[in-house]
Design a protein around this ligand. Structure first.
Ligand code: MG
Length: 383
């Protein structure tokens, strides 16, 4: 029987790449649900191509546009964020690909897990902010989380068959982004276009800027803490400019496992959909002779302060990861809007960490409140 897939955020970078994975395996997968935040045109096109049972447009103002365009097709159309959560209860969904960014995905994730779905998780923010709650919910209800983030997919793959073997440490690899060998002055004056020119990966704007500042790796360290139930002291970061080694797991006997592939998000996306099976693809194969050299360097946390700040937040815990996530979000947007320099994002994050009240054991509502409070504070700091 075909696996029925719900793609949350089908018009974004991860969502579109997921559709390309499904294109490769039409006999294995069928699209059950497509959701988009506001890109009605692309959502309509995707709906006509894939004929899902349900589409949801987040922006309620665009409901009529989408439903009018899909008259005559056997597709139910809904609007609004609440509809996305409600749809997670549908028993015609086998796997939910979480391709939407931000905390908007949190309630849909929890609802999907409570309904015992497999989640292919590409959203970083929710696990960073509410990792404890998400992993508890998965455990309690029997939902399954398969990481799509390439580093976490690599670690997940390395841990297959290692059930009773303790992890000594994990090392997340980072490409270093477009500013790896650039001077402090160059980075300080860099334009959004320069920061968006990622050497290896094709991703959305927010995560590309986070790669340039290394905040992405900091958020991924927090993500790893919850996905693999690890103490922060067991998580490390290495710069690996070629993006071929997608992270490493160190075991107590001195053995180190890794997963290598060309940097193509379709590989971890497909694995999350087919796990534990692997399927042949037409993607570019890995040619190590052509690549020749694999380099590894220590990250420069003086130049890229976000990485150190994220590790500090990981160590402190509570609502601190929520604070850095929200402050960084506002900082990245201000940089993209030309209001601040890229290095200034770290100042916004640090000042938010120092001023927003800490909550040691936050619940679901605390996360949303901390998020709102921090965004307000960060906007003030930018003014
Ligand atoms: Mg990643």
């Amino acid at each position: 029987m075909k696996k029925r897939i719900a793609i949350l955020g089908s018009t974004g970078s991860i969502g579109s790449q997921t559709l390309r994975v499904i294109d490769e395996q039409p006999e294995l997968f069928t699209v059950e649900v497509l959701t988009a935040n506001s890109n009605a045109e692309l959502l309509i096109n995707q709906a006509i191509t894939y004929l899902p049972n349900v589409v949801v447009i987040g922006d309620k103002n665009k409901y009529t546009k989408v439903s009018d365009a899909l008259i005559g097709y056997d597709i139910k159309v809904y609007a609004g964020e609440d509809s996305i959560s409600q749809i997670m209860e549908m028993d015609t969904i086998d796997i939910v690909l979480i391709g939407i960014t931000g905390l908007t995905a949190l309630v849909p994730i929890l609802t999907a897990l409570k309904n015992k779905k497999r989640i292919a998780l590409a959203n970083k923010e929710c696990i960073v902010v509410a990792g404890e709650l998400i992993s508890k919910t998965a455990l309690e209800y029997g939902g399954q989380i398969i990481p799509v983030d390439s580093e976490h997919s690599a670690i997940f793959q390395c841990l297959m068959g290692e059930i009773n073997n303790p992890i000594e440490k994990i090392v997340l690899t980072a490409s270093g982004g477009p500013f790896l060998n650039k001077s402090q002055v160059y980075i300080k004056n860099a334009s959004p276009a320069q920061a968006l020119a990622h050497p290896n990966w094709n991703m959305g704007n927010k995560v590309t800027i986070d790669s340039a500042t290394l905040m992405n790796k900091g958020l991924e360290a927090i993500e790893a803490r919850w996905l693999f139930d690890l103490d922060y002291s067991k998580i490390d970061v290495l710069i690996h400019p070629q993006s071929i080694v997608h992270s490493l797991v160190y075991f107590s006997d001195g053995s180190v496992k890794t997963q290598l592939s060309v940097p193509d998000m379709r590989i971890p996306i497909q694995f999350a959909l087919t796990y534990p099976q692997r399927l042949a693809t037409s993607f570019q194969p890995l040619d190590l002779i052509q690549i020749g050299t694999l380099d590894f360097l220590q990250p420069d946390v003086k130049k890229f302060r976000n990485l150190a700040l994220a590790f500090k937040a990981l160590e402190i815990g509570g609502n601190m990861p929520c604070i850095i996530n929200a402050a960084n979000d506002i900082g990245v947007q201000a940089f993209l809007d030309g209001k601040i320099g890229i290095l200034h994002i770290s100042d916004i994050v640090e000042q938010s960490m120092n001023t927003i009240p800490r909550i040691e054991k936050p619940g679901l509502s605390d996360y949303f409140e901390t998020d709102i409070l921090t965004r307000k504070k960060a906007i003030e700091l930018i003014k």
